[in-house]
Design a protein around this ligand. Sequence first.
Ligand code: SF4
Length: 714
Amino acid sequence: MCEAMCGLAIEVDGERILSIRGDEEDVFSHGHICPKAVALADLHEDPDRLRRPVRRRGSDWEEVGWEEALDLVADRVLEVQRTHGPHSVAVYQGNPTVHNYGAILFGQMLLRALGTRSRYSATSVDQLPHQLAALLMFGHQLLLPVPDVDRTSFLLVLGANPLVSNGSMMTAAGIERRLRALRARGGRLVVVDPRRTETAALADTHLAVRPGTDALLLLALLQVLFAEGLARPGRLAAFTDGLSEVEGLARGFTPERVADRTGLAAADIRALARAFAAAPSAAAYGRVGLSTQEFGGLCQWLLVVLNVVTGNLDRPGGAMFTRPAVDLVAIADRIGQRGHFAKGASRVRGLPEFGGEWPAAVLAEEIETPGKGQVRALLTLAGNPVLSTPNGGRLERALASLDFMAAVDPYLNETSRHAQVVLPPVSPLERDHYDLVFHALAVRNTAKYSPPLFAPKADGREDWQILHGLAERIASRGGRRGLGSRLGSLAAGRLGPRGLLDLLLRLGPHGRGLRPWGRGLSLRALEKAPHGLDLGELEPALPAALRTSGRRIALAPPLLVADLARLRSRLDAPDPGGGLALIGRRDLRSNNSWMHNSARLVKGRERCTLLMNPSDAAARGLADGERVRLRSRAGAVDVTLAVTDDMRPGSVSLPHGWGHHRAGTRLSIAGARPGESVNDVTDELEVDGLCGTAVLSGVSVEVTPAAVPADVVR
Ligand code: SF4
């Protein structure tokens, strides 16, 4: 379910699951699991999970056969496209898609068949700035370095909580063990976060930065490194452009200059820069809290710059590139998908595209605003944007105005309840698994394939079959695809995901090619190794892996350099001070919005609480346990207050993925412990002005006593 790729040992008796444990022999996870693994049984057996397609009848739903359901969706989509043009049908792909290799491979076919430019995904509420930095600096949006956590001497973590996320854009099952090992071998762990997170509590040093100011901190670290002669890129200098330009850019951002804004002492910033530079090896790593802020694009760029100027990119113990069995970078090269940015602007607000997608923050306005290209129909693929994208309240009002909507989803959730047809895939235990994406982001090169545990029920369909069924119908009835493409789709359908995976493994860097036997990877070879295959530690890959012209690192890409003016003007303007800034939060027993219908995960203490520092609570006359109203420009929710000095004064935190009280869903357990959606408060108008990524960290909010009980407000 998450990026950690834990190996599971599942004991069954016929169709019954007896136990789920960590697979001690797994070459990567070595037996680690978290509580969500055991909840797979709840997901598989959940009576609320849809087993057959359903079609809306007024306010009710009726089950329909697969052929009828797929025909209906294809026909309605084509009808909208004929009437309003190809881009009037939008697609939103949710985060579970990246955990499902069949959905990745066949989702592309559906997108090609639709021929729509109205594409959205969870990328722009998550990792888009990582990919933007990779594209502009290394020439490929998927050249994403990961911290070599098992060998580093110094890990600097910004806006990430790996103890709870289990590692993100850093696949590292058992991360707590790995971080404790880092400290046991004399290494240092430093966490920069407005909250004393679970990871911060384990760290040697926690710096409670003010939300949204990490770019200033990173610039100040660079300023110290250059000013004190600590910038030593080593062998990277031979293939890096822009070192002196970066030095000049950082010059004005002294620790003293940014101290007030970041809320950090200049001496602490200076000490951090010196310690990072002095470490035998070091890696700076930042995740969602760093990406989803007003200057998220700058943050992810400056983070890489920090790794480069200290010589820590592409060396053991630093931030390294992987060599996975399926080489996504090479595949994307072959199909011309290295990535692109700002090749177009969104119709209403003019925000830039990234990799052919628009920011999720513009979806509602693209549905609401009349004119050529207005979105009139939506397909969601494993996505719940009402809970996962900013101002979900506005989005769901917009969804209600669509001419047609269909969802590929196992549940009637807060988003799919707006659909006319819902197409449910089989449970994760009824399909096979190979992690195309997260092997490519893992702290060690490994490969593992897991066959389905249970045969799908007679009329169960896997995600790829649903997507392929739709793609074939839309292509053949809409006539929008050439013969070559149709033949490709037919061949892919015949091979299925297993056949395609075998090809990708064979043609990958560890593969055996198309020879029927011999050394090297194939699907068969992986099937013979149920605990996975270890392909070795991360190794230096530069400059050969670079995709820029001349295979050089672009340390100062003009687009990013230009965006510094926005940051400078913010620093020069008077400090708004005073108010409260909202940040997000994850919970080990929660996985975005997916898993709240598991009784064993949601039982116990209330998790959807608003954390606030005691001084902020006292200033507002608020008490621990009280119901309070959290309000922004976009909306308001009533939540329970938890007063804790884990929060930096001036910041409050609410976890994401909750808000299951909407009528018309079929999530009986989640509905009984609904929580509130943080995205009823986040603001779709607050985005990183560079790349359109939603601002989910540092949203301006007010907190007051709740005037009336929450259920009355609803
Ligand atoms: S850490 Fe992630 S991969 Fe591992 S058991 Fe938990 S949800 Fe599954």
